[in-house]
Design a protein around this ligand. Structure first.
Ligand code: MN
Ligand code: MN
Length: 312
């Protein structure tokens, strides 16, 4: 069973809403190499693990549990990038109003007799406004639904670990590309964290393969590029978050038998498994969006919600 703490695994920086930034982040959520895939792949591999290789099962499961929090973090980030974009007048806005006219344009959806959702038809994925109330969807950046067929869980420990390393490396590659597509601070704060954590997970699976006899030499990380050139990533790497693993287990874990000692990158750094979960950051409630009819509570229903809140 799993326990839940209502916190984000990393804080999200504030910036303007930006539906284009939200859409490129969808690849990191529901794409073939996105967070939904890493979460499901590692959980299935750990649920289906056979035989007596407990430290390896614990390592795969510990990473899988962390990936649940990555799905939560990237979904929340997409929500923040979409929320309020129906009044969006920023540099990427596609409204008819430009320049001085944009400054005079109504900031509230529907104000001055305008169409409340007139930004939505120009968004890269109109489903963010039609199917969801300015929120994330389980799809990739091209709108393809997430697929269970992405999950690789063969039951062969070496093959599963090799595939996991390829998955983390491709995830890191794609997130570096996404970072370079937008300077939106909301997007970058989450992408930077995920780049640093992909790095840690590459090391975790490399370490596991190393303990089975594989020598990585100078191959890792893939892409072999120093992500500390990105200032948001540098800040996190200075804290060493790319060298740490948390196992998120209340009953103890044996993953630390694998994830400890010399980094498989052989750069003189050491990796370590921490017993404590990360501190976490608060999750703010999304505001009501009357133009999306969400949550769409009438005064009578609101009264009942209030009654539930008062209930002791
Ligand atoms: Mn992840
Ligand atoms: Mn990962």
């Amino acid at each position: 069973m799993f326990f839940h703490t209502q916190k984000l695994i990393n804080p999200i920086a504030a910036d303007e809403p930006d539906p284009a930034a939200a859409n490129i982040l969808q690849e990191g959520l529901g794409g073939q190499f996105g967070e939904m895939r890493t979460m499901m792949q590692y959980l299935f591999q750990s649920f289906n693990a056979r035989g007596d290789a407990k430290p390896f099962k614990d390592l795969i499961q510990g990473v899988g549990i962390e990936e649940i929090s990555h799905v939560e973090l990237i979904t929340t980030t997409i929500n923040l990038l979409l929320d309020g974009s129906s009044r969006y007048q920023g540099k990427n806005a596609k409204t008819k109003a430009k320049g001085a006219a944009a400054k005079k344009a109504p900031k509230e959806p529907g104000a001055g007799g305008t169409t409340p959702l007139d930004e939505a038809p120009f968004a890269p994925n109109t489903h963010h406004f039609i199917v969801a109330p300015q929120c994330a969807l389980p799809v990739d950046a091209a709108g393809n639904p997430w697929s269970g067929s992405y999950v690789y869980a063969s039951g062969n420990l070496v093959l599963d670990l090799m595939y996991n390393l390829m998955l983390e490396s491709t995830g890191r590659l794609q997130k570096c590309r996404i970072y370079e597509m937008s300077d939106n601070k909301t997007l970058r704060s989450t992408v930077a964290f995920l780049i640093a954590r992909d790095h840690a997970h590459e090391l975790a699976f490399a370490k596991a393969l190393e303990s089975l006899g594989v020598n990585w030499g100078k191959v890792l990380p893939i892409p072999n590029f120093d992500a500390s050139q990105y200032p948001e990533v540098k800040k996190l790497m200075d804290l060493g978050i790319h060298l740490k693993q948390h196992h998120f287990r209340l009953d103890g874990s044996e993953m630390g038998k694998i994830f400890q000692g010399n980094s498989p990158v052989n750069d003189g750094t050491e990796v370590e498994t921490e017993e404590e979960a990360p501190e976490g950051a608060p999750i703010e409630d999304l505001p009501e969006r009357p133009e999306e009819f969400a949550p769409g509570l009438t005064p009578e229903l609101l009264e009942m919600v209030e009654a539930v809140k008062r209930y002791k």
